[in-house]
Design a protein around this ligand. Structure first.
Ligand code: SF4
Length: 359
């Protein structure tokens, strides 16, 4: 969008705000103390409930000096009913810190503000822009939604790429003269006009500029890509030994652990145990009777949870050796083969030979 369009959008948002702004007690001041208290209260409290809490707090502690001179117990008592008491403890800590180390004056830049207890980047931007007219945008869910819709951004809301673009575009839209008022306008615009779900597009002053609205995508943006569901797989490994040797199998195909070695495997559906036929398929040997069964190991990969059980067995007398697809390895040499971490964990627990981890 060209600069002139940004200017038009900015002035329309400002005009909308002048008409629709919410009358909130902390909007009547530009004192950083009051802005700070209101922002901390609103971190985990709705605006409608935050008003009475804010009024109660600032009537008991009208300024930084009074708050810093109080006891923590007194602050917590006044905070009662708001929950998340860490916020109150941090308010008190920060008040004492500013009094002792900053001569009682609130720092005016976001960089300095974020160093204080309980102040994150959003709160720092809000205090700096509203109290000191520092040109920094406040970016919260409201702003992300407005910008993503205006510019028709179809990336996942959690993607780094989208975050970066939103930062750039919000900075471009920001009113440099009065950033605090513009940030508050965006907060109200997101809460009252460009709401989650079904926004009020028909009465929106930006509807002829808004890409999401012009393409009928307003209820789909911002987009949340569904998280891939974790797939559970049940691996049953046969630790088949014979005269100090064990058999390994090299994984191939389009699956996890390509080219790594594991024990002969029977992968079964949930709740199903392998039987003689499962072991026959895995080894080419019939009548295998496991002598010992391990606990179940759980191993998490990016989209899979492997539940693995290890069954110790020896080759039944008179039976032939497994086929060529399995490798016969001296137990002491398992460590020379690349093994998945899961197999290495089992080997470590069972005290089997020397080995090394391969992924
Ligand atoms: S037109 Fe609709 S989606 Fe676009 S900014 Fe306005 S309210 Fe939001």
């Amino acid at each position: 969008m060209k600069g002139s369009v940004s200017e038009t959008i900015r002035s329309k948002i400002k005009a909308w705000y002048r008409k629709n702004r919410r009358d909130l007690p902390w909007r009547k001041t530009s004192d950083p103390y009051h802005i700070w208290v209101s922002e901390i209260i609103l971190q985990q409290t709705r605006v409608s409930q935050g008003i009475s809490h804010y009024l109660k707090f600032v009537s008991r502690f009208p300024d930084l000096k009074t708050l810093a001179a109080a006891t923590e117990e007194d602050v917590l008592k006044t905070w009662q009913g708001m929950g998340y008491y860490t916020r109150a403890r941090n308010l008190y800590k920060t008040a004492v810190l500013i009094t002792n180390s900053y001569n009682g004056i609130f720092p005016g830049t976001p960089e300095e503000l974020v160093k204080l207890p309980g102040i994150g980047s959003y709160t720092a931007a809000a205090i700096a822009s509203i109290a000191y007219r520092y040109p920094v945008p406040t970016i919260d869910a409201n702003v992300i939604r407005i910008i993503a819709r205006l510019y028709g951004m179809q990336q996942d809301i959690h993607s780094v790429g989208l975050k970066k673009k939103i930062e750039t575009l919000t900075m471009e839209l920001l009113d440099q003269e009065n950033p605090g008022e513009f940030n508050q306008a965006m907060m109200d615009f997101g809460s009252l006009q460009c709401t989650p779900g079904v926004p009020g597009c028909s009465s929106c002053p930006l509807n002829q500029y808004c890409k999401a609205h012009l393409t009928g995508m307003e209820d789909k943006i911002p987009m949340r890509k569904e998280k891939k569901k974790l797939q559970h797989r049940y691996f049953h490994y046969l630790v088949l030994t014979d005269h100090g040797h064990v058999w390994l199998h090299k994984r191939t195909g389009n699956d996890i652990w390509h080219s790594l070695y594991e024990f002969p495997l029977a992968e079964m559906p949930a709740g199903k145990q392998p039987d003689a036929e499962s072991w026959y398929k895995a080894t080419g040997i019939s009548d295998i009777q496991p002598e010992k069964i391990s606990k179940t190991y759980r191993h998490t990969l990016s989209h899979q949870m492997i539940h693995a059980t290890f069954y110790q067995a020896t080759i039944p007398p008179g039976n032939k050796q497994p086929g060529d697809e399995l490798v016969r390895v001296p137990v002491q040499s398992i460590g020379t083969y690349p093994l998945p971490v899961l197999i290495a964990r089992y080997l470590a627990d069972s005290g089997t030979a020397d080995y090394r981890q391969k992924g």
